[in-house]
Structure formats: structure tokens, C-alpha cells
Design a protein around this ligand. Structure first.
Ligand SMILES: Cc1ncc(COP(=O)(O)O)c(C=O)c1O
Length: 363
């Protein structure tokens, strides 16, 4: 099984591997200009507030140097790295070890139920692939999740029709994975929670910023940065403001949304470099014309790839139902499995690496 992952931020490098954000930017002159992204409060059309939290994993990096244009940084938080280390990183950034290099969303699998539920609350999960399944299993430690639909018996090639969903009355939230990275199924629209107060929660790790999204439909959207917006280690959480402040007492401090909101996403030492990279990608997305333009490019790129697969007279096959095929991750097989090794070898000659998919596709 082979997978092509498309980073929407890297419109021109569509066919490189999954975590390919780093290769398109250059660090200016070895310095690391910091523009930390604070917790942003935004008024939504319905009058509710959303908070944008940047979750951080500690790391170190700011600049000081012998060169005249760099400052001496005495901050108590992130410290200065040796200049030779920074220069080496700068030189290797574009193509680390020849593999084009570049987590955190997994922590949200626990943070969401911990912040939104009491241990006895029932919540609904639509399991459309292995990430949705992991989220469901983690939630079982902190509340009472129910899988109301699973695509496992059909090898995760489908998304249910929304009226087929038997939602649990009184469920605290309905959780979906908006794009299943491994199985290549993507929600093209979003289900409406049946209950008045039931929240819609989405893991958007692998299609965040690939298209416009009406955030007012959601209680929480979360996404690891490493697919479309930056290096791993930064996680973005968009939460409706009135949902903040109800975490279970056992919630670790780093998973409590109120701690992050109250501290402008700076409660712990921020991964400055990762946030800086996200800032560059956001600027680039705006320069491309914003997310509606990015979406057009993604539709075009996806079309080229799926047309090639469908037009190959069965030489290549995509198992995913056409109406829900992901514009981010395109899984395909070869009709003759013995040709797979040959395909991988020939692709590598064209500088396309990491195309071999995972055995989890056979789930
Ligand atoms: C859809 C989805 N959810 C969650 C995760 C887990 O993210 P992390 O590795 O940042 O914990 C991934 C990782 O690839 C993913 O693709």
C-alpha cells in the first residue's frame, strides 16, 4: 500500500512526504525572530467567543551572538543556543540528511474529555480510521465514550451518511476525525449533533488550513501542527470560550485549557522555533490568497492524482469511496503487489521517498 500525503501549505511541493513543511522556508541570517502567537480571542458571528490556544512542548532557542546584528538574550525561559549549532541547523534545514525532514495531537485525545466531561458523561465517537479509534480508546479513561459508527469492517474506506448516525441522547459531544491521515477518508461536510447542547469536536490534524472551516460549528477543533502548518511539537486548539474552565480535577496542568488561555499560551517554555515556523506558514497561506485559494489548489492537485489512479485501467487502485476521498492523503495499491517494490525504487529515482504506506491500511 502506498500513500501520497499532500501538504496544503506547500502547494508547489505537493508530492513530497507528509511532514514537509520545513523545506520551503529559510531561516533569516541565523537569527530567530520571535513572534509568539498568543492566545487569541475572537468574536464569532453568533456572539460566542473562541480561543485559539497554541499548545507547546518545551524546547530551547533564541539568539545571541558575536555577530553585530544579533542581540544578547537574557530571558529566563528559552536560552541561547551556541552559534555554531544554529548555523549548522540553518544549513541543514532545507534538506536534513537528504530526507526533506520536518507530536502533540495525541495529547488532545485525553485533553478533550478531561476538559469537557465528568467521568460519567457519555460522548459519541464516529470512528472512520485509526486516528479516530485511538481518540476513542483514550477517551475511555476519562468518560464513557460510545462508538456510534465504525468503518472498520469496510477497512475504513467510508464516511457514514449523517442520518445513519444513531447519536446518544444527552451525549456531551460528538467526536470526528476530519481527515484520516492513514486511510485517506475526509469529511466533506460536518454532522450536526442531535442534542441542543451536544458539542461537535474535530481532530483536524491532517487537513487544518487546507480549506476554509466555519469554526462556529465546533466546540473544539484541534490539530497537530506537523502536517500543514509547522514542525511537530506545536498543537493548535480552537475552543469556544465558554467551554474553558471545567476541567476534571485530575487534569494535568499542561492539558488544562484554562491554564493555557489564562497564560496566553505561555504557561510553560514555548517551542519558539516551532511557533516561528507556524507564523511563516500562516503568512505564506495569506500570501497565496487565503484558505479558499489554497482549497482550489488542493482540489486541482487531488484531481490530477485521483484521475491518474482511476484512469490507469486498474494498474493503480484507490480503495476509498469516491465522494469522501481525502485531498490530503491519497492511499493507493498496485494491482500486482509484486510491482510495489519496483514502484518504490523507481519513485526514489525521481526523488519521491517515503511512499510506502503502512500495514495499518490492511486493518
Ligand atoms: C489525524 C491525526 N490525529 C492525530 C495525530 C497524532 O498527532 P501527534 O503525532 O502530533 O500526537 C495524527 C498524526 O499524524 C494524525 O494524523
Amino acid at each position: 500500500m502506498t500513500t501520497v500525503a499532500m501538504s496544503s501549505a506547500a502547494a508547489d511541493t505537493a508530492f513530497r512526504h507528509q511532514s514537509s513543511c520545513l523545506h520551503q522556508h529559510h531561516c533569516p541570517s541565523g537569527g530567530l525572530p520571535l513572534k509568539p502567537l498568543p492566545s487569541v480571542q475572537q468574536r464569532c458571528p453568533q456572539g460566542s467567543f473562541h480561543h485559539l490556544l497554541i499548545h507547546q512542548t518545551p524546547s530551547a532557542a533564541t539568539a545571541a551572538s558575536s555577530s553585530p546584528d544579533r542581540v544578547f538574550n537574557f530571558a529566563a525561559g528559552p536560552a541561547t543556543l551556541p552559534e555554531n549549532v544554529l548555523l549548522k541547523a540553518q544549513s541543514e534545514l532545507y534538506n536534513w540528511n537528504g530526507c526533506g525532514m520536518s507530536g502533540g495531537a495525541t495529547t488532545q485525545f485525553a485533553a478533550v474529555p478531561l476538559n469537557l466531561c465528568s467521568p460519567d458523561d457519555v460522548v459519541d465517537y464516529v470512528v472512520t480510521g485509526s486516528w479516530g479509534d485511538k481518540a476513542f480508546k483514550e477517551a475511555a479513561k476519562y468518560c464513557k465514550p460510545k462508538t456510534i459508527w465504525s468503518g472498520k469492517s469496510e477497512k475504513y474506506t467510508k464516511i457514514p451518511t449523517f442520518d445513519a448516525l444513531e447519536q446518544t441522547p444527552g451525549a456531551k459531544y460528538l467526536h470526528i476525525c476530519a481527515n484520516e491521515t492513514i486511510h485517506g477518508v475526509e469529511f466533506k461536510d460536518y454532522p450536526k449533533p442531535a442534542g441542543e447542547s451536544t458539542l461537535l469536536i474535530a481532530d483536524m490534524s491532517s487537513n487544518f488550513c487546507s480549506k476554509p472551516v466555519d469554526v462556529t460549528k465546533f466546540g473544539v477543533i484541534y490539530a497537530g501542527a506537523q502536517k500543514n502548518v509547522g514542525p511537530s511539537g506545536v498543537t493548535i486548539v480552537i475552543i469556544r470560550s465558554d467551554l474553558i474552565g471545567n476541567a476534571q480535577p485530575i487534569t494535568p496542568v499542561m492539558l488544562d485549557y484554562k491554564i493555557h488561555a489564562d497564560n496566553n499560551s505561555l504557561y510553560n517554555t514555548p517551542p519558539c522555533y516551532g511557533i516561528y515556523m507556524c507564523g511563516l506558514v500562516f503568512e505564506d497561506l495569506i500570501a497565496q490568497g487565503g484558505l479558499s485559494e489554497v482549497e482550489k489548489k488542493n482540489v486541482k492537485k487531488g484531481g490530477i492524482l485521483y484521475d491518474a489512479i482511476d484512469g490507469s485501467k486498474g494498474f493503480y487502485r484507490c480503495p476509498v469511496e469516491k465522494s469522501v476521498r481525502s485531498l490530503m492523503n491519497v492511499p493507493f495499491t498496485l494491482a500486482k503487489p509484486e510491482l510495489e517494490a519496483e514502484f518504490i525504487k523507481e519513485a526514489a529515482k525521481e526523488k519521491m521517498v517515503q511512499l510506502k504506506g503502512t500495514d495499518r491500511l490492511a486493518a
